[in-house]
Ligand binder design. Structure first.
Ligand code: F6R
Ligand code: ZN
Length: 187
């Protein structure tokens, strides 16, 4: 049999740009994130067309056993004093984990399990984040540059946004020019 050499896609480790036209490019703007930021009037006053993040995915196989690969580019910014962040989700198939690799920028990965246990991991170029199953995850850009992270996850994992419609238990804000983590007070 003749060996076949096929060129894999490349990712630019400095920017997260894929060498191939992505299968999918999803842009999430402030208008798409009602109820996500604590400061509702700040959100209403902000430009609804402001891009918060872009996700690009490689055109790969899907189905049982296959993996998706995507890059999230999360822009710097705040609503009120709360940093720009992704919506955040559990996987629809709860047991499915995921791996994030920090590429550029500075931020945090917020993790919350089904019992409400939380922790935060700093995201920087080269950081590797093993997100276990049963754990919701959200990226937060605490810096002044684009935060980009590469992710690999099961193509069948799916997203469950509804389970966290009430929000994560911690919010990450800027106070006195410092990154602060605040527990959400209920009621
Ligand atoms: C896939 C995954 C990422 C996120 C992306 C956008 O399982 O975790 O690709 O989907 O960072 O975040 P969400 O989906 O929370 O809007
Ligand atoms: Zn995920």
């Amino acid at each position: 049999m003749k060996p076949v050499l096929s060129q894999p896609p490349h990712v630019d480790w400095l920017t997260g740009a894929f060498s191939r036209t992505p299968l999918l490019r999803k842009t999430t703007r402030l208008a798409d994130l009602p109820g996500v930021f604590a400061d509702h009037s700040g959100w209403q006053q902000a430009d609804p067309q402001q891009i918060v993040y872009d996700v690009e995915m490689l055109d790969t196989l899907s189905g049982s056993g296959e993996l998706f690969t995507g890059v999230t580019h999360l822009y710097p910014g705040k609503v009120g004093n709360e940093y720009f962040m992704t919506r955040g989700h559990f996987h629809a198939l709860r047991e499915q984990g995921e791996v994030y690799f920090g590429l550029r920028g500075t931020g945090l990965l917020l993790l919350q399990d089904e019992q409400g246990e939380m922790h935060l991991e700093p995201v920087v170029a080269g950081s590797v984040h093993i997100i276990p199953g049963y754990t919701a995850h959200r990226l937060i850009n605490t810096g002044t540059e684009i935060l980009s992270a590469l992710a690999v996850w099961s193509s069948t994992a799916g997203h469950d946004y509804a389970a966290l419609a009430g929000g994560f238990a911690w919010r990450v804000v800027e106070e006195n020019r410092q990154v602060q983590v605040r527990e959400v007070q209920n009621g």
